[in-house]
Design a protein around this ligand. Structure first.
Ligand code: TRP
Length: 353
């Protein structure tokens, strides 16, 4: 076994060893991406980011901003994409993604994704794409937009390219992304069947807290206007929690409530300890505590999570050049890995190289 390539400057992750002509990665690889379609909120934090931060301790992680994916539905109104990308990167770093541990980059800066997308598009049957449930659902949901485009139908092919180009083993995603992962695995198998084993079959890693309710109890989503953003000030966060609805049946302080009917309690389930959850639930049921007391505990716990993020955000906002440097070195590292796969793919397909 000869080391064919040493690791990057940080000494992590991508040491590969050549064993009878096969590349063996020393560490399992994780990849995930997010679309820059608005400011990040605490739902993204608890549902994805905190998990990403944990994974970087154990795996060779690649995290990227999926700006081409944002174009598939926002091609007619692109003005906010740039700001969303910037907000996203700053929040990722503020939440604890560490550029020495993870490779952090922007999809459109690594043009090899588009190259692989083109090659995968040749082997992807139209029927597979038309059957992906999110295809029709999203078209229904975004009726004001014309999503009968080539790019939108090909969304899962691009996502497959994102994943396969790094030979990712694990893909942490929310439950809504499972169909995209399924088609990635199908495309992977079809490629390997046609041209030989190039790609490992990626597996999904479901996040621990798939759903975080917004301040109105529905799923936290920009389109519902019910978000608590990572960029909100402490005052704004406090205000949003204080005005949240609770159990609608509990009108007076002396009324006994049902915590399960209160979105405040749903947030406790994400941000408070089990003991605190039990205490507020009991207090609610017996009218031992009022809704404001319950909210004060939630605010305290949210602040505990958000305070270090706010501090780091402030620092990063003052050091935009450093943020750019991080993206540039992340892109360089990602490009190197992507370039190797592209060469392997071209050889497997027998393109003239
Ligand atoms: N489709 C994902 C989302 O909307 C974003 C994404 C693009 C992605 N490419 C990916 C996620 C690759 C995981 C892996 O959330």
């Amino acid at each position: 076994m000869n080391p064919s390539r040493s690791s990057d400057a940080s000494g992590r992750g991508i040491i590969s060893l050549t064993e009878r002509g096969k590349t063996v990665l020393s560490q399992k690889r994780v990849l995930s991406g997010m679309q820059p379609s608005g400011k990040l909120h605490i739902g993204n934090l608890a549902g994805a980011l905190q998990n990403w931060v944990k994974l970087q301790e154990k795996y060779d992680c690649y995290y990227f901003v999926a700006d081409w994916h944002a174009l598939t539905s926002q091609y007619a109104e692109t003005s906010q994409i740039k700001d969303s990308v910037q907000d996203m990167i700053i929040n990722w770093l503020a939440a604890g993604l560490d550029p020495d541990k993870s490779t952090i980059f922007i999809q459109s800066w690594v043009t090899e994704h588009a190259e692989l997308h083109t090659m995968l598009s040749m082997i992807t049957p139209l029927g597979w794409l038309e059957r992906v449930p999110t295809y029709k659902e999203k078209q229904e949901e975004l009726k004001d937009k014309d999503l009968s485009t080539y790019g939108f139908l090909g969304y899962p092919v691009l996502q497959s390219a994102d994943i396969l180009i790094y030979k990712a083993n694990y893909v942490p995603v929310g439950i809504d992304q499972i169909p995209h992962l399924e088609i990635t695995r199908e495309i992977c198998r079809r490629f390997n069947h046609l041209y030989g084993e190039v790609f490992p079959e990626p597996e999904g890693l479901l996040a621990e807290f798939p759903k975080v309710p917004g301040i109105d109890g529905r799923k936290m989503s920009k389109s519902y206007g019910n978000c608590i953003y990572l960029s909100d000030t402490p005052k704004e966060v406090e205000q949003k929690i204080k005005t949240m609805m609770t159990d609608p049946q509990r009108i007076k302080r002396t009324d006994k409530g049902n915590p399960e009917l209160s979105p405040v309690f749903q947030l406790h389930k994400v941000f408070s300890t089990k003991t605190e959850q039990d205490e507020v639930a009991e207090g609610c049921r017996t009218a031992g505590i009022g809704c404001l007391d319950c909210k004060a505990i939630l605010i305290k716990n949210l602040f505990k999570v958000l305070e270090p993020i706010w501090a780091r955000r402030e620092n990063l906002l003052k050091n935009q050049d450093a943020v750019r440097d991080i993206l540039q070195s992340g892109t360089k590292r990602a490009k190197q890995a992507a370039f190797e796969t592209i060469n392997e793919v071209k050889k497997a397909i027998s393109l003239y190289t």
